[in-house]
Design a protein around this ligand. Structure first.
Ligand SMILES: [Zn+2]
Length: 457
């Protein structure tokens, strides 16, 4: 008799193959094992029935009596804690914030004369941003805005933007500041130049650091300069700041110059699409935004803009433009990343975490919850809303949205996955264009007189 035969059962499907194997003698002498098997079968039935009952009881308990479980136990059964702030931290643990616009480099220029060695980011800074508060706020990544001012008025830059300026130099200095600070704290920051790099930085416990140039006026009217910014890691360019430029009209000047994009601005977008640099429509005029949405082959962003229907200022996005954002017919994928600047959020004295949540919800209602993100503008705004005073406070906003019924997937979209999807979309378009052999654009700005054209060698 082979050993251990008494545990075999023809009722167990796991053992059926053995019953038909060539060396099996079950069928040749089935009676040998029947008598001792029956009480064993009975025991097993009792054990399995008990286990099944315990399982059903536990399931019913978890489903029906969750309110009896403590907040600490709920995540273990896949449920968010009931306390909205604890729920916010639970979501942010797996879906940290990727902010579309943080102005730390311009603060380093104005407060530290760009001397990165003098910047103590590991202790509390006078601004909205430092490493302890970024960690407290569950920040997984952000676009370091690289910004230099517009000309004081249009006259300074002539009418055709050909007045020589130091803005390309100054932009390079701010890129240097951002990259130097990222290198100075390698345990905290990691330069990220792609959506995959953002994900791997976050997975490694680092804060993914992306770069964005805040205004076409910083390009020196040159598409070649765009290419070099891209080579340095820049992944969005805001088409305008508060001034019109050679490429596009701004919301900061109510008198239009190009009535939206100039022909050269369309060429700029073509090259941004080819490179995978996101088109950022914050600060642009409504006409610029509509034309850019139509012209761009790639998804677009508003790196730091809120909803005009909630607070009526030109810097916010109106509903007719929000309705052009989406994945349907006649729409373009994009993400509107809500700005926290009190002046863009509410009447004086009324900017609060609830008011910011109102903007988030309005954009979500109008464009969809897949099309809203966070673009605080910290360190670029004079004050901050009550309850959202600095980068440590994002969990308060998430808690407010949880309180309003947002589920964890919707919150994760808001905090980061929507902007990641859009960045991935732009990378996809760039790859397609490059794979199709699309040439770089070497068009010169028409008002330039410094390079003779068309003569050849
Ligand atoms: Zn701005």
């Amino acid at each position: 008799m082979p050993p251990n035969r008494d545990h075999l059962s023809e009722n167990s499907p796991l053992l059926r193959p053995h019953q038909h194997s060539a060396d099996s003698d079950d069928e040749s002498d089935p009676h040998i094992y029947r008598t001792p098997r029956q009480p064993n079968l009975k025991n097993r039935t009792i054990i399995w029935s008990t286990l099944t009952l315990i399982f059903i009881f536990a399931l019913v308990f978890v489903l029906c009596f969750q309110h009896l479980l403590s907040d600490a136990a709920l995540p273990w059964v896949g449920t968010l804690p009931r306390d909205p702030m604890l729920a916010a931290f639970a979501i942010l643990k797996v879906a940290p914030v990727i902010d579309g616009h943080i102005d730390l480099p311009i603060l380093i220029r104005t407060k530290y004369a760009n001397n990165v060695t003098a910047v103590p980011l590991q202790s509390r800074t006078p601004g909205h941003v430092d490493i302890p508060r970024l960690r407290q706020g569950r920040v997984g990544g952000f676009f370091w805005s690289v910004y230099v001012t517009c000309p004081e008025n249009q006259k300074e830059d002539k009418d055709d933007f050909t007045e020589a300026s130091w803005r390309v130099r100054d932009t390079l200095e701010q890129i240097d500041v951002a990259r130097s600070l990222i290198s100075k704290y390698p345990d905290t920051f990691q330069l990220a130049v792609s959506s995959d790099a953002v994900v791997s930085s976050i997975t490694n416990g680092k804060i993914a650091s992306l770069l964005g140039v805040e205004g076409g006026h910083q390009l020196g009217n040159s598409i070649a300069v765009l290419r070099q910014y891209h080579a340095l890691g820049v992944r969005y360019v805001t088409l305008t700041h508060t001034c019109h430029n050679a490429f596009a009209d701004s919301s900061g000047n109510p008198v239009p110059l190009h009535n939206g994009l100039s022909p050269f601005g369309r060429r700029l977008i073509d090259e941004m699409n080819r490179l995978g640099v996101l088109v950022d429509l914050s600060h642009t005029s409504d006409e610029t935004a509509i034309q850019a949405l139509n012209h761009s082959k790639a998804p677009v962003i508003w790196s730091h803009s809120s909803a005009r229907a909630i607070h009526d200022v030109p810097r916010n996005v109106p509903d007719d433009i929000l309705r052009l954002v989406g994945k349907g017919e006649g729409q373009k994928d994009g993400v509107v990343m809500v700005n926290f600047a009190p002046g863009f959020i509410a009447k004086p004295g009324n900017a609060s975490v609830q008011a910011v949540a109102d903007h988030v919800e309005h954009i979500a209602r109008t464009a969809g919850r897949d099309h809203v993100g966070l673009g605080s503008d910290f360190d670029g705004i004079p004050g901050a809303p009550e309850g959202l005073e600095d980068v440590s406070k994002y969990p308060a906003l998430v808690a407010e949205l949880v309180r309003r019924g947002w589920n964890k997937y919707e919150v994760a979209g808001l905090t980061g996955s929507n902007v990641l999807r859009v960045l991935r979309g732009a990378e996809h378009v760039a790859k397609e264009l490059q794979d199709a052999g699309t040439e770089p654009i070497y068009d010169l700005y028409k008002a330039r007189r410094d390079i003779p054209r068309g003569s050849g060698i």
